[in-house]
Design a protein around this ligand. Structure first.
Ligand SMILES: [Zn+2]
Length: 73
């Protein structure tokens, strides 16, 4: 999925993002670190990135795991 804002001043930046699971149940789950390249529109701030399959799996498994478990890669 890709969104287009209509501007054309996009730059790519390396980044690290720590993703937390939502809600009270998310407090007991380990967060997931991802290290994407961000595509940032320097006019409006719209930012997009794509996660690696490993991190997607961690989010999917964590979403459906009621108790905390280690997700360290
Ligand atoms: Zn824009």
């Amino acid at each position: 999925m890709s969104y287009v804002c209509g501007h054309n001043r996009e730059r790519h930046f390396p980044a690290e993002i720590n993703i937390h699971f939502p809600g009270m149940g998310g407090l007991d789950k380990p967060s997931v670190w991802v290290f994407p390249r961000l595509k940032v529109c320097l006019d409006c701030g719209l930012t997009q990135f794509q996660m690696a399959e490993t991190q997607l799996t961690q989010l999917t498994e964590g979403e459906f795991t009621p108790e905390a478990k280690s997700m360290a890669a």
